[in-house]
Design a protein around this ligand. Sequence first.
Ligand code: CFM
Length: 474
Amino acid sequence: MPYHQFDCSKCISERLHHAVDKEPNENLTDALPLGYLKTIPGTLSERGCAYCGAKHVIGTPMKDVIHLSHGPIGCPYDTWQTKRYISDNDDFQIKYTFATGMKEKHIIFGAKKELKETIKESFRAFPNIKRMTIYQACASALIGDDIDAVAKEIMNEMPDVDIFCCHSPGFAGPSQSAGHHVINIEWVDTKVGQVEPEITSDYVINYIGEYNIQGDQEVMQDYFKRMGIQVLSTFTGNGSYDDLRAMHRAQLNILECARSAEYICNVLRKRYGIPRMDIDGFGFKPMATSLRKIGLFFGIEDRAEAIIEEETKRWQPELDWYVARLKGKKICLWPGGSKLWHWAHVVHDELGLEVVSVYTKFGHQGDMEKGISRCEAGALAIDDPNELETIEAMTKLKPDLIATGKRPGEVAKKIRVPYINAHAYHNGPYKGFEGWVRFARDIYNAIYSPIHQLSFVDISKDEISQDKGFVTRQ
Ligand code: CFM
């Protein structure tokens, strides 16, 4: 019986098939939970919306751009210092947030005038920035404000300015994943091919599906540079708007997060004949294999081998120190999408951890399939659990650590399951050889933190009384 029986399935019976226990020797179809469906009314999803996927995951890591939200002020909050895609442009894109701040009267009379004024005011405030992206939020999409027409008017009035319009309101799909798709296609359809780059190497790539979380992109860029490879653009971490308009001139697209960015790779292959190569920057072995693949493609295998040798020599001893202390610890891997299958096997093979549960928040069936096929038998596979299910899973599985986002992470912390942030990281970058050691170190620090020696209340056993306004032991 692969389906996992949650107590809360009594309340929300549709959730029953969203969780399975991986059993030995069963075929994969029986072992797959349902996923990537509309959120069930009555359950509290941790998912983001399609606007969030377009703007906050993919759009805003672009560094030299005013990112403007056309909608109420609440929508863009996530871009204001709460994100983690740093840049070498003094983090311009996460320092400021821009919005038209639509109000009730705009819903009735429209907000095109406000949009135009806000665009001009934003460019006036930052005269060195000549590029802008406008994101349609639910409110402006519902009333049908024509953001493209306004952008066109501005570009006619201000010839040194270029504007990209993204049409991915929150309701455009079941989760952030729909927004990834929309912005991929709109970018390649409306912007790629407009700029001719300067080619400075015989080996030219786009690095795609990489968002420079705490510097991941910079670690990888350094390897590419040492191999003599020119990175024409990064889609989109630390990426420049105009570099990304020149993507059509690369010889190869290197794809890291297939969940969020395979769409643009596939169009670039079809339209411009640029091949796609999927790589994996997490873990020593996947990283080495990726560098070898790239080296092989360009006929520069020796350069790849030199980096692998140097980096392994430098970082292996530190990794070994952590592995000796992490061996056998139980971990729940609950990231958003593709990190599940990027990590599921390497945390076991390279860090010695036992994966007791895998999940995706918004992954497609294929993401879960890859994740579950790479983790050990006995693991609980679950799609987008609500808070009650999270508490139950933590209580039953008793993991030593959960790697997840801050929403389930905070729930886990309340029942004293150590948590590290799988999205924003704790002290990343986590990619590359040095990044993998940082990942091991953060896991070690979380598990061995002395704070866990303190006595605590187990809320899963109803030991809580809050009637005096604070939590006490019964
Ligand atoms: Fe790709 Fe991502 Fe992810 Fe993703 Fe994300 Fe992210 Fe993630 Mo958070 S693009 S699918 S929508 S690897 S923001 S950088 S960490 S859920 S697993």
